[in-house]
Ligand binder design. Sequence first.
Ligand SMILES: Cc1cc2nc3c(=O)[nH]c(=O)nc-3n(C[C@H](O)[C@H](O)[C@H](O)COP(=O)(O)OP(=O)(O)OC[C@H]3O[C@@H](n4cnc5c(N)ncnc54)[C@H](O)[C@@H]3O)c2cc1C
Ligand code: SF4
Length: 477
Amino acid sequence: MAVQKMLKFVDVSREMPRKRSADVRRTDFNEIYAEFAAEKAAEQASRCSQCGVPYCQSHCPLHNNIPDWLRLTAEGRLKEAYEISQATNTFPEICGRICPQDRLCEGNCVIEQSGHGTVTIGSVEKYITDTAWEEGWVQPIRPAVERSESVGIIGAGPGGLAAADVLRRAGVQVTVYDRYDRAGGLLTYGIPGFKLEKDVVMNRIDQLAKGGVEFVLNCNVGEDLSFDAIRGKHDAVLIATGVYKTRDLAAPGGDADGIVRAIDYLTASNRKSFGDDVPEYDSGELNAAGKKVVVIGGGDTAMDCVRTAIRQGAESVKCLYRRDRANMPGSQREVQNAEEEGVEFVWLSAPKGFEGDAVTGVQVQKMRLGAPDATGRQMPELIEGADYVEEADLVIKALGFEPEDLPKLWNTDGLEVTRWGTVKAAFGTGQTSLDGVFAVGDIVRGASLVVWAIRDGRDCAAAMLDYLGQSATVAAE
Ligand SMILES: Cc1cc2nc3c(=O)[nH]c(=O)nc-3n(C[C@H](O)[C@H](O)[C@H](O)COP(=O)(O)OP(=O)(O)OC[C@H]3O[C@@H](n4cnc5c(N)ncnc54)[C@H](O)[C@@H]3O)c2cc1C
Ligand code: SF4
């Protein structure tokens, strides 16, 4: 029994008995987690061999000092472990929960490489900082000195917030603008609560606000306030707006009722978990309960949709992907989680069209993998005569995101973008083509990861401090 419970601690979201309500499951796992967290964290931390070639660290985008905080955790010196962990990561408890560790730190752990199973680095990182919160070690920012310079940050996702944290610690006056009613970006409205509990995100935002970061919410820059107005108000501006334009399908019948965008579906589910009034969820439009659900796509967003649909009580959940399992972009760990929860993957399958005014099915074309393209990836090819119809009364399109056209939306001709529409920004500093304007996160990289947005935000804040330093003045008392 004890072993079973301890195994479940490793990743609470990986184990999910079926046919029980999400609330009941969540309570069970939180109890299990609390009971065994300290024991399991120390046990896992002590498995680190202190190998001296910390590939885990070099494969963490933040270069977290993993071996040192594992050693301190194994020795029970949690406060010191926390100090080291938070020195390189603005939101360690968030990364510990949602980094695709199998592709980053854990996938490169030498113990994993030698076939003995990775040290569960993410779970330990989460444990250290969850403990820090419980013990009151995480305190609001109190800058040693207040500076008169101000920075306006557009976008309250992890990139913007990581930069806000560094700038505020240096005493800069920071205002964060966001078009949503809550800060957090995709941490709040994209990533589902079963992977990242929303109180974890809100605690961080409250803490930043207590430390003097000003949030201006429900403010869509370009509509409610112009970009030029923000530039005029602040000494420097950071663009951290993420990517939100959904890639679409040009297939007949694609505008039928019951075919929805992943971001709308996940946002409705997340809003509901905040207790908001969400008419589209209550009407069933963005709710999978009792439905035959087909999710189209093979990335992590598709995995979040299928796992959310299972939790909402869908009758069946299928994931259509045009390549095979080995070639899907999403984390293999997430695929395994989804399969264990009852999701069926329909590999080598692409939508050709949709049936019904209110969707009743997806016309599916079967594919095989052919010659590699310029990137070396095998291209899917159509198998003639193998089409069939997959029944569905809710179809979720999870085909990825692209940047919005910021220069047009904001009427800023001077802001250079790449041919993909991402903002052109200097590597390591985030400096754009406009003086005093910087950019970080997905709007620069294209759809990426939280940990990279944090890294960008931290690096860019350092560069902004250099920029502001040219005219640094300390505010009068
Ligand atoms: C469904 C989903 C699940 C994901 N799961 C994971 C995961 O498990 N692990 C992981 O590492 N990554 C995950 N990602 C990717 C990760 O969330 C992003 O890479 C990360 O959030 C990017 O951070 P950001 O700060 O650049 O942008 P965002 O988090 O997108 O934040 C941008 C903010 O800018 C605001 N904004 C945009 N335009 C304007 C405007 N004109 N005016 C004012 N505000 C504006 C938005 O409202 C938003 O709050 C996921 C992404 C999605 C879509
Ligand atoms: S930030 Fe992410 S990649 Fe780095 S140690 Fe933590 S979980 Fe691993």
